[in-house]
Ligand binder design. Structure first.
Ligand code: HEM
Length: 482
């Protein structure tokens, strides 16, 4: 039973089953189930995942109350088995509960790792890796065969984050980014959600043992830890100092060393590993999903594709590649990325927050230790805020001040408030640069016999719980000669 204190007005709940609570109503795509249920139960709903109380927010007004008015009351995270293990007992940013530790690490990372200056220092990595992607697609373009864009784009964002984090050290050492990609996938699958025991005590413990969850979690942790440790050890070798380009491990080791000198709280190796884990889980899939959905939407809509290509080609001329200097002259490309994030937010329910103290939303009581999810997918498609919401129409952002930085509550792909994504600039830059180059360098045709309306736009929630396109996007590239 949901605990209700005397006189409280709790949000409405759909009927619950014993032990399971509302688990049976979530379906494979919970954000869609919540959207349907909110038509009946309202914009603020209370659910139970087994024994865990969950509030789902489905309107911009209620989202503002949670993320802005009551940001401080609601900005913690639940301490779960999977996230605890892989975050070295919550010494990361994304899963650390609210408190002094989180404030400190978030501040350090925002100033040192996610600053504009740092993000710009990685510009050459983004440009080089996008160049390699274009070269590899060019080969298919000369043979007229379809390319699996989903796979190529995931490999691109994976390589970019890999090089930002580790530098070049693994090149040729046998430990490469493709091997690491597999490890990231395995991590995502055990990180995902709750263990059965967290939802259903006692019985759940047996289920977790039988299905091997704990063994898989331990193995993934060991593999990931060994990889990170090797990367750190390599960075500590004296010859490393010769390399001029600082990567994320260099920066964090340096902060740790400076702090030891000044006697402040230290950044330990566990901190570094936990933050690296966040950067991989937060940065790879999200950016690649954005580019894949953008390309799928444009392939379905040749008018928009042509308009975008004209913009990029007119701006870039015969230069051969789009560089980051060009991006500010590409307003339509920017609008396409925004429109993609409105219809296909990679994290449709953000990352669950946990309430710290009691507060009210829309007149309903929210008790401490309640998990809160904001359904930004539903809000981005709500006709109350968006005209023809189901239509992919980038022009809606023309002459509009609405952006994704967390101040417009009808559009929150990166969240808002204290926990807002610190990687916005990195994610957007990577997505815009990749998309602009795909539009500039190639014309895109559908595989033989396929029509625009045949492109499968179904959503799938992959192992990472991010909202991806269910099936791979295959398109035929033709080389464009400027
Ligand atoms: C299109 C790309 C991206 C999207 C859509 C995205 C989305 C999000 C969302 C929705 C959250 C949760 C916000 C909340 O709890 O309210 C988040 C948190 C986070 N993201 Fe991103 N993200 C992207 C790219 C990145 C990149 C490139 C990085 C790092 C390199 C990154 C690192 C993080 C971290 C560390 C957090 C946790 C922040 C905290 O809890 O304090 N993200 N992101």
């Amino acid at each position: 039973k949901i605990i209700k204190f005397k006189g409280q007005n709790l949000p409405p709940s759909p009927p619950q089953l014993p032990f399971l609570g509302n688990l049976h109503q979530l379906g494979a795509l919970p954000h869609q189930s919540f959207t349907k249920l909110s038509k009946k139960y309202g914009h603020v709903m209370l659910f139970k995942y087994g024994r865990i109380p969950f509030v789902i927010i489905n309107s911009a007004e209620a989202a503002k109350e949670v993320l802005k008015v009551h940001d401080i009351d609601s900005c913690s995270r639940a301490q779960l088995t999977g996230t605890g293990k892989l975050s070295y007992n919550f010494v990361d940013i994304a899963f650390a509960p609210y408190g002094d530790y989180w404030r400190q690490i978030r501040k350090i990372c925002v100033l040192e790792l996610f600053s504009l200056k740092r993000a710009q220092s990685f510009r050459f990595i983004r440009e080089e890796e996008v160049g390699l992607l274009v070269n590899s697609i060019s080969q298919s373009a000369s043979s007229g065969t379809p390319v699996d864009l989903s796979e190529k784009i995931y490999a691109l964002t994976g390589s970019i984050v890999f090089r930002m984090a580790f530098g070049q050290i693994f090149r040729g050492s046998g430990l490469d980014n493709h091997q690491f990609e597999k490890l990231v996938r395995a991590t995502e699958s055990v990180m995902g959600g709750f263990t059965t025991e967290e939802c259903i005590p006692y019985v759940g413990w047996i289920i977790d043992r039988l299905n091997g969850y704990h063994a898989k979690l331990e193995k993934t942790f060991r593999d990931l830890d060994a990889f990170f440790q090797k990367a750190i050890d390599d960075h500590l070798k004296p010859e490393r100092a010769m390399e001029d380009q600082e990567d994320i491990i260099d920066v964090m080791l340096k902060i740790g060393k400076d702090q030891t000198k000044s006697g402040e709280a230290q950044i330990t190796h566990d901190n570094i590993k936990a933050v690296l884990m966040n950067i991989f889980l937060g940065g790879v899939d999200t950016s690649s999903i954005t580019v894949i959905w953008s390309m799928a939407e444009l392939a379905r809509n040749p008018r928009l594709m042509k308009k975008a290509q004209d913009e990029v080609r007119n701006c870039v001329g015969k230069q051969g590649r789009v560089t980051e200097d060009d991006l500010d002259q590409l307003p339509y490309v920017k609008m396409i990325i925004k429109e993609t994030l409105r219809l296909h937010p990679p994290a449709p329910l953000l990352l669950a927050r946990e309430s710290i103290s009691h507060f009210k939303v829309d007149g309903y009581d929210i008790n401490p230790k309640t998990l809160i999810q904001v359904n930004v997918w539903a809000i981005g498609r709500d006709p109350k805020y968006w005209k023809n919401p189901e239509e992919f129409y980038p022009e809606r952002f023309m002459d509009s001040s609405i952006d994704y930085k967390g101040q417009n509550f009808e559009f929150l792909p990166f969240g808002s408030g204290r926990r807002v994504c610190p990687g916005i600039y990195l994610g957007i830059r990577t997505s815009e640069l990749a998309l602009a180059n795909l539009l500039y360098c190639f014309d895109w045709k559908l595989p033989k016999g396929m029509k625009e309306e045949d492109i499968n736009m179904e959503e799938g929630v992959g192992v990472s719980l991010n909202l991806s396109k269910k099936t791979a996007l295959n398109l035929v590239p033709l080389n464009y000669v400027p």
